[in-house]
Write a protein that binds this ligand. Sequence first.
Ligand SMILES: Cc1cc2nc3c(=O)[nH]c(=O)nc-3n(C[C@H](O)[C@H](O)[C@H](O)COP(=O)(O)OP(=O)(O)OC[C@H]3O[C@@H](n4cnc5c(N)ncnc54)[C@H](O)[C@@H]3O)c2cc1C
Length: 550
Amino acid sequence: MLAPNSRERLVVIGNGMAGCRAVEEIIARDPTRYSVTIFGAEPYVNYNRIMLSPVLAGEKSFDEIVINSAEWYAENGIELLSGDPVVSIDRVEKTVTARSGCTVGYDRLLIATGSDPFIIPVPGKDLPGVISFRDMKDVDTMLAAADAGGEAVVIGGGLLGLEAAHGLTLRGMKVTVIHLMPTLMERQLDEAAGWLLKTELERRGQTILTGADTAEIYGQGKVEGVRLKDGHEIPASLVVMAVGIRPSTALAREAGLAVGRGVQVDDHMVTSDPAILAVGECVEHDGNVYGLVAPLWEMCRALADGLVAEPSGYRGSVTSTKLKVSGIDVFSAGDFSGGDGAEDIVMRDAARGVYKRVVVKDDRIVGAVLYGDTADGNWYFDLLKKQEDISDLRDLLIFGQAFAQGGGQADPKAAVAALSDDAEICGCNGVSKGQVVASIGAGACSLDAVRATCKASASCGSCTGLVESLLTLTLGDEVQSGAKTLCKCTSFSHDDVRREIIAQALRSIPEVMQKLHWSTPDGCSSCRPALNYYLLCAWPGEYVDDQQSR
Ligand SMILES: Cc1cc2nc3c(=O)[nH]c(=O)nc-3n(C[C@H](O)[C@H](O)[C@H](O)COP(=O)(O)OP(=O)(O)OC[C@H]3O[C@@H](n4cnc5c(N)ncnc54)[C@H](O)[C@@H]3O)c2cc1C
């Protein structure tokens, strides 16, 4: 074991998701190899950026989205210099200097500066009240604006824009979404799914303007509204620009590193300077840049392998997307544009608001769009990534894994069992089936224990069902239940139900039962009084007390 002062010095620029994950991966392979210093521009410990949307929506607190607490840095001997951005890199002296003037020497430097939000160059873009959606400071600004009430405009109907609009709506603002293209989330959704999404958001009270082009943001000293190119004006005290991101490359460029769309790296995440590595959204690998978390888990593994273990090499990533808006399930992966030789398998269930489309080419899945029922998203994505031949499953493919692999009989357990070990279970934290099973094998006997050990299901919770199935599959009767469910009619706990009533703006007992998939038609003597009470608390003065349910 190396003494602390004889270790190589690793300096990390960026205390975000990629920078810290890379350090975690290095420590897991060799905890004594490096003496680590991390510079962070933000004044916080490492948090899960993708969970800013649930924080804005009031579903999580900041403390609940912290990935590594101050104790983690201390326990691992990591020096964190937060709230102090690095302003220059001296590659000859091998030092970095931060805004405070603090200069630190390195043997290895890791650039993990993420992305900068793209701001459309329209008049008024710099007015107070015009913000992006990238960090906790932006969330705080939105919360303050929502406290004052009024109207908000979100420019950009992609993933980030819609999550911002959802949060602001729940916080009581009247929200208009302006989207340049005719279809919301057009890079992830086809026209049919985009239409379903738009219809549901409008039902929830948002105004969605597609095919709308911003001409100007106006206001005297602060934002007062947005004017479109067709002359239409939308008053607003807050404008959120969510029109895209650009890799944050200024530091690397000024230091003379090779930079294209991002900081250029090889398969081991090494830049044009062998002493400097880069990882996360700031990099360009093989001509590609990424704006999602899944690639960075893979990059960080390759980086750590290259630094302290057997070099494995990063080969690029195939990505999938989920929208984090409570009660609206949307999943998209791969290429759904069709084209020569591509065939569509489509299922529509209008009554349930379900639309599924799987695009197949040469007996391989090349794309999938799911709206309303995304339970099989991971399975389709696994088949797509592995390019497995689906000709035997084809007739039942669209009905999902449980049917297709059960030969027409739904068998959810067999479905989970059939997932490969490297199939992704938790996208928010980059946890595979193999890692969940290993965590259960190491003694995690309940959902909470799995969450605490390998982090699966600890963030947005959309993979909770899969983790529970893995627990049952691995432990059978030994599974310890965590939070108590409300009653036998539902798998939701009391807290879950209360949270979902607010998050999904559910206003009646039948609506709660419908949206939360109650297993009985009218509930029971335990859940009906509870639901009546929770609705009364959630919508005082609006919900009419149901004496019968009491
Ligand atoms: C609201 C929101 C929701 C999202 N939802 C999803 C989702 O559902 N699924 C998904 O896959 N992805 C999602 N993403 C994208 C995901 O968060 C990013 O892919 C991920 O955070 C990228 O990690 P990173 O470390 O490269 O960048 P970041 O996490 O942004 O970290 C970069 C860090 O470097 C710091 N930094 C920059 N310059 C300097 C400097 N000079 N000195 C010191 N520090 C510096 C920044 O302040 C930042 O803290 C979402 C992003 C946002 C903003």
